[in-house]
Structures are given as C-alpha cells and as structure tokens.
Design a protein around this ligand. Structure first.
Ligand code: CMC
Length: 389
C-alpha cells in the first residue's frame, strides 16, 4: 500500500532539516552556521569551530577558555583502556583501532552515556573531543612499536596531539608552529559537511537511542571507506603507484576514463560539489606553503598538480563536473608533517568529530526525530511452500 520512492544512494531524499552546515554545490560554497569556510580557515581555530558547530554561535573568550580547560582536563585515558591496545596486532589499521577503542570507551562510562540526560551528553561531548586525539596518537605509536606518552596539558589541543605522535620518552620535543597552524587549519576544513555518509551513519545509529560513543564509533567505520574519508589514503597510494610504475600521467588518466579495472581518479568528484570544492582550494594553497616552510620538496605534489591539470582540461572530467575534492591534496601535507599514510583518515576523523557530535545532538533535541528506517522495494520471490518433508 502507498507509494515508495526508490532513491539509490539518497541522491534526492532529505532525511532531516538542519541548522548546522550550508553547502551550495553548484557555486562551491561551504558555511558552518553561516560563516564561510574561507574566513574560518584563515582566522579561527579548531576548538572555536568545534564550539560553533556544537552550540550554534561563536563562543565568547570566556566560554572558549572554559571549553579548552575542560577538554585539557579530560585527556587522560583509563590505564585499563591503554592495555586494550596491546591486544591488537601492530599491523592493525589505525582506523579499526580507533573505532574499536571508542566502542571500548563506552564500557568505562556505561552509566554516564544516557542520551536523554543533557548533563551526560555534555560530559560525553567533552570526553570524546579530549580523548579521540589521544587514542589516535596511541594507535600511531602502537604501529611504530613506541611507548605511549602521557598528554601534556600545558600544551594547546593541536600541540599536545603533535607531541603525542612525534615525541618520544628519550628526547624533548620541539613544536614547529608552522606544522601546528597547518594541522589546526586542516581540522577546521574537515569539521563538518552536512549529511555525508559518516554523519548520516551517526544520525541513523543515534536515532535508535544508542549512545554517543556507539554512534561516533559507527561514524568512524563509515568514514574509513575509500569513497569517503579513506580517499586521502587512497590518493597517496595512487600517486605512489604512478611514480613507481613509471606509467605516464596521461596513460593513467586514459585508464581512468576507460574505467579499466574500475580504476578511479581518487580525490576527484563529489556527490554535492559540481564545481571546485572550496576546501580543496584552501588545501592546495596550504600544501605549497607548508612544504616550502618545512623545506620539503615532494615530487608527489608535482605529480598531483600535473594530474589535476590534465583532468581539468579533459572532456571526461568536464562533462561529469569532476573536480579535486578535499582529499586530493591533504595527504601530501600529512606526509610532509611525518604522518604515515595509514594515519591520514584518522586525522580526518579527528577533524570531523565536532560535526558528528553537533548532528547527533541536533537530532536528539529535535522533536520531529524518529528512528531512521528506510523503505525497500521488494523484488524477491513470491510466497511459496517448503517442499514436503
Ligand atoms: N574518477 C573517475 N570517474 C569518476 C570519479 C572519479 N574519481 N568520480 C565519479 N566518476 C564518474 C562515474 O564513474 C560516473 O560516470 P558515468 O556517468 O560514466 O557512469 C560519473 O562520474 C558520476 O559519478 P557517480 O559515481 O555517479 O557520483 P557519486 O555522487 O555517486 O559519487 C564519489 C561521488 C565521491 C563517491 C565519486 O566521485 C568517487 O568515487 N570519487 C573518488 C573517491 C573520492 O575521492 N572520495 C572522496 C569524496 S570527498 C571527501 C569525503 O567525503 O570523504
């Protein structure tokens, strides 16, 4: 009975109203709570943007200081949770490690994860923002076989994260302000993107009444795929393969156009942007600045630029309105910072966390929210009887 619209990939169906992020894909516009991404990227900070996304307005100086202080206070991980890492192989992909660790985190705060208790939601918000970077840095250290450092709460959010990733017990760690600023900006660029696959996952899981830890862990898993956040890792792999195989960029692009072996130009194309992704513009500029400031020249950046130029002039990409997306140039910067390729999507997850939390909270306080439950068009067998037994 009734009419069910079929919409593979939710191309035409809105599942909610939202006040958080505005995108105009034709014009290449992205705004968080009305503020253009370009302005936020140049003169805000990741923590300020997190507050903006979650609470809806820019914080006052006092509110921001209090937020920062609370997050610093919650950076420690329970010592038992630290032992959880030793149960996993050092070859484990860090995305699997962090999603498992977030699920595990909920076991430490089981009584405090009630989605209907605003105080607990607030505390969980702070805990997640504080602890995900620590968990991420430990996933990195684990892969290197190095000791985990304790957070240094005298440092700001990004500096603390850098030290936990690149510091060791043996030597003092000097924070490079260029690195720190560049990472903060990248986190801002990733902080929200309305109803993308991982955010929709967070909302769908949350719509069942599941707690924030469980919902975010599901979002991390959704982000890990190469068509979504995993694309930043896939771009670097693609560039490395082109370089190592000696194949010309032109020939690689031909293979993409012929859809040979399903090969795609990773870091290109977007469901919503049919014009240059405004985040990619900022990242491209940043890549040049950061590599120059660090005194690094990476042939993979030149390769990426050559690939972009050939693609932008090619009819296949023009007709389909395929432009570089946020993931095309980020990997080159993360690599210059010293992160291994397998950490790239983890950095995306840290960036996206405030967006996921903001959407989960918006959904949970919207009186119109219902459990998410898509329809299907059944095309299987009609009723039939089991053979006589
Ligand atoms: N390389 C080659 N062809 C492509 C690409 C690409 N990267 N992206 C889309 N196309 C083609 C696609 O084959 C199709 O061609 P045809 O009409 O001949 O069948 C046409 O363009 C339309 O593409 P679509 O797959 O229907 O578009 P979609 O909106 O379903 O998919 C996408 C969007 C992002 C999954 C896709 O563009 C893609 O796979 N890109 C590569 C992966 C990537 O970079 N993902 C990161 C997305 S941005 C950040 C994030 O969300 O994490």
């Amino acid at each position: 009975t009734g009419y069910t619209a079929l919409d593979y990939g939710f191309v035409n169906t809105a599942a909610t109203k939202s006040k958080i992020t505005y995108i105009d894909g034709e014009q290449g516009i992205l705004r968080y709570r009305g503020y253009p991404i370009e302005q936020l990227a140049s003169s805000s900070t990741y923590l300020e943007v997190s507050w903006l996304l979650i609470y809806g307005e820019l914080p006052t100086a006092d509110q921001l200081a209090e937020f920062d202080e609370k997050i610093r206070r919650h950076t420690l991980l329970h010592e038992d949770l630290k032992r959880f890492f030793s149960a996993l192989p050092h070859t484990a992909h860090p995305m699997s490690v962090i999603s498992s660790a977030l699920s595990a985190l909920s076991t430490f705060y089981e009584n405090g994860a009630n989605p209907n208790d605003p105080e607990q939601v607030e505390l969980t918000t702070i805990r997640l923002l504080a602890k995900l970077p620590i968990i991420a840095a430990y996933a990195h250290k684990k892969s290197l076989g190095q000791a985990f450092l304790y957070p240094d709460n005298s440092l700001n959010f990004v500096d603390n994260f850098l030290k936990l990733n690149f510091g060791t017990m043996a030597e003092p760690y000097e924070i490079d302000p260029v690195l720190s600023k560049a990472l903060d900006r990248l986190l801002i660029l990733h902080a929200d993107h309305e109803q993308n696959a991982s955010t929709s996952t967070v909302r769908l899981v949350g719509s069942t009444g599941a707690n924030l830890y469980a919902s975010i862990s599901a979002g991390i898993n959704a982000l890990s795929g190469p068509l979504h956040g995993g694309a930043n890792e896939a771009v670097l792999q693609m560039l490395g393969q082109i370089r190592d195989s000696g194949e010309s960029v032109q020939r690689f692009v031909e293979r993409v156009k012929n859809k040979e072996d399903g090969v795609k130009l990773m870091g290109f194309g977007h469901r919503v942007y049919k014009n240059y992704d405004p985040r990619a513009k900022i990242v491209k500029e940043s890549a040049d600045e950061v590599l120059q400031a660090l005194g690094i020249s990476d042939p993979l950046l030149d390769l990426a630029k050559e690939l972009e130029q050939i693609a932008l002039e090619d009819d296949y990409f023009k007709e389909r309105k395929l432009y570089p997306n946020v993931d095309f140039y980020t990997g080159v910067i993360y690599k210059a910072m010293g992160f291994p390729t397998r950490m790239f999507t983890v950095l995306f997850a840290i960036g996206r966390l405030p967006g996921w939390v903001a959407h989960w909270r918006e959904m949970n306080t919207d009186p119109q929210t219902k459990i998410g439950r898509p329809q299907q068009l059944y095309i299987g067998s009609g009723a039939r009887d089991l053979p006589q037994r």
